[in-house]
Ligand binder design. Structure first.
Ligand code: NCD
Length: 349
């Protein structure tokens, strides 16, 4: 199979075996992420990293992933310093940048905008989030995380139950991850949200049509039962329009120590795409879980490096035998990245 030259706009584009290929390339790149070797597979290549919406981890990890494969990165952040603010169309901007770079990563507030941007150009464009649409690279790194956590626990994705909690309406990470998991067999999706923030009806229909079990809950009490993965999300306040409200969202949706103890299986993995909203009244994932071994949120962000390197390697056609471009390096690295690290991945081994 070849992923070379492909855009990555939606999880809809990919078969299960293609998803598995991304994962296996990501696993091979582990020594690069652990900074034991340097990789020169993308030496001579340039990435254009275009972010028209707020981002920390997605923007920086795409940039770092390209750099760690030996490539160089040019970027632009926000509309103010881009010619889009002078009225240039997405299509014209895309054609210009295609003449400068070998791949483009783009985040934009409008659903469908990244596909429109990519439509007229032949260099790979990766959707880093298009409004409430999709966030395929996040779904891929979440998939890598679930696979790694399940390998440790002796579980399989086929047959699993995932509880998705929070803003399921505007949360693009939810949309992409649900689509990705629907490529597997016999998944139970427990969607937990107040009426106003329910997952889009078309998504529920798509999951049903693929033969999965979809159940909606209006609170965590019932919804967390049997969950092997609990995927919490932030309320996307910046996307909540005039007529919409957060009514009904509160403590009854909060994933914290008490909720896990009372309602969830003991070995449930807790995930969140981050950022978590730590402001009072946000009811986002609680910091009282920070020392829980099964809290995988920073393993997700670490896995983002692996998966984003894998994405570049695949779409730029250097995924085969990529290990042959590894060279040992001997720069200082700590034994673990922070005192809160669980020891599962062993950064130093
Ligand atoms: C998410 C996003 O931008 O959709 N963040 C991310 O990329 N990890 C989730 C969010 O902003 O809530």
């Amino acid at each position: 199979m070849s992923l070379q030259g492909r855009h990555i706009l939606s999880i809809d584009q990919f078969s299960r075996s293609e998803l598995e290929h991304f994962r296996s390339v990501a696993e091979k790149l582990s020594p690069v992420a652990k900074r034991k070797v340097r990789c020169t597979a993308l030496a001579g290549a340039v990435l254009a990293n275009l972010f028209f919406e707020a981002s920390t981890r997605t923007r920086m990890s795409f940039h770092t992933a390209f750099a760690r494969l030996g490539g160089e990165v040019v970027d632009t952040t926000g509309f103010t310093f881009s010619s889009i603010s002078k009225g240039e169309s997405l299509e014209d901007t895309a054609r210009v940048i295609a003449g400068y770079a070998d791949a483009i990563v783009m985040r934009h507030p409008e659903q469908g905008s990244v596909a429109k941007f990519a439509s007229g150009i032949n260099i790979p464009v990766i959707n880093a989030g298009d409004g409430i649409g999709e966030h395929p690279s996040q779904a891929l790194l979440d998939y890598l995380t679930i696979s790694r956590e399940f390998a440790r626990l002796g579980k399989t994705i086929d047959g699993m139950t995932i509880a998705m909690v929070g803003d399921l309406k505007h949360g693009r990470t939810i949309h992409s991850l649900a689509k990705l998991l629907s490529r597997f067999e016999n998944i139970t999706f427990s969607f937990i949200a107040p009426e106003n923030l329910r997952a889009p009806a078309e998504l529920l229909q798509e999951l049903n049509n693929a033969g999965h079990k979809v159940v909606e809950y209006s609170g965590i009490q019932e919804g967390l039962k049997n969950a092997a993965v609990i995927y919490a999300t932030r309320i996307q306040r910046e996307r909540i329009e005039g007529g919409e409200t957060m009514e009904g969202y509160g403590e009854n949706f909060r994933i914290n120590r008490r909720a896990l103890t009372n309602y969830a299986p003991q070995d449930a993995i807790v995930m969140h795409p981050l950022p978590r909203d730590s402001r009072p009244g946000a009811f986002d994932l609680s910091t009282d879980l920070d020392d829980l071994d099964n809290l995988a949120i920073f393993r997700q962000t670490d896995n983002g490096m692996l998966m984003r390197m894998a994405i570049f390697a695949c779409v730029l056609g250097v995924d085969k035998n990529i290990e042959q471009t590894f060279q040992p390096i001997n720069i200082y690295k700590p034994k673990k990245l922070s005192d809160k690290d669980a020891s599962f991945y062993c950064f130093d081994c």
